[in-house]
Design a protein around this ligand. Sequence first.
Ligand code: NDP
Length: 299
Amino acid sequence: MPSYNQQSAVTVLGLGPMGRALAGAFLDAGLRVTVWNRTPGRDKELVARGAVSALTAAEAVAASPLSVLCVVNYDAADTIVRPDAVAAALKGRTLVNLTADTPGRARDTAAWAAEHGIGYLDGAIMTPTPTIGTPHAVFLHSGPEDLYREHSAVLDALGGTHTHLGPDIGRAASYDIALLDLFWTSMAGYAHALAVARAEGITAGELAPFAKGIAAILPAIIDESVADVDQRIFSGDGNPLSSAVSSMSHIVDAAEEHGIDSGVMRAAEGLGRRAMGRGFGASSFLRIIDILDPARADS
Ligand code: NDP
């Protein structure tokens, strides 16, 4: 049995694909859900399932002790919650902002919330909409521990795993940025691989089983890199940076023979060559962290 009261109320501001998924999961969990979106009409299905449609954002946040905000970015979030009427309605209540943006914007919003007597938690959603309400959803949260504990039962209704990363309000956004960095640079690499494969007459379908094999190597590499990076060991045993750079130069050569833009691969190869120039040829590839961020190279 869920530990929240089935009559607990929650408001969802923002009904894009993610906001609708969040509101739907709250409804499925039996909560009393109020919804609002800038563009009217996006709540039809939710209302048919029992959600209450608010005419204004102020009316929406007044309906529940907890409001969850999920829109495209913090510029949009600001236009929704910072008007006086909404801020006044939020006073003494809690706002959980699951909108993605930078850690700086999260900290700025927390300062604004504190000035207005609003409890504020920031969060990040690390999985796509179909996972919401299922065990596969992943949520990261940051902000005051007691406030998080107060609302965690309602947030748990969204399914999946919820991790509170500590009181630094920017922490969830920091994880989000780092993890999306990994995701998008990986996707850029995959797009480049598909272009090279296509030029050689290999379809995405033919490459897929082997591409998945490459992706499956990464979890072990991530585990091994923990000591490498956190203790600054950068052991190149088994796969030194010099060998990695040689491998990357083959990819650049093969791609450019086909007239394929190799900017993505050249960027990685260039970082490796600069690290070799600094005498790190025998280190692991991850030594390029110090080339990317020389200011913290000795910290
Ligand atoms: P979008 O990022 O496209 O956000 C759409 C929502 O933002 C709508 O409610 C839209 O309102 C609102 N919006 C946009 N501009 C404004 C504005 N100027 N003023 C007020 N509201 C505005 O789609 P999602 O719902 O998918 O994403 C929401 C958040 O969730 C984003 O931060 C995204 O990064 C994050 N996220 C999404 C995932 C996904 O799988 N979709 C996965 C993980 C995180 P309107 O309908 O009026 O245009």
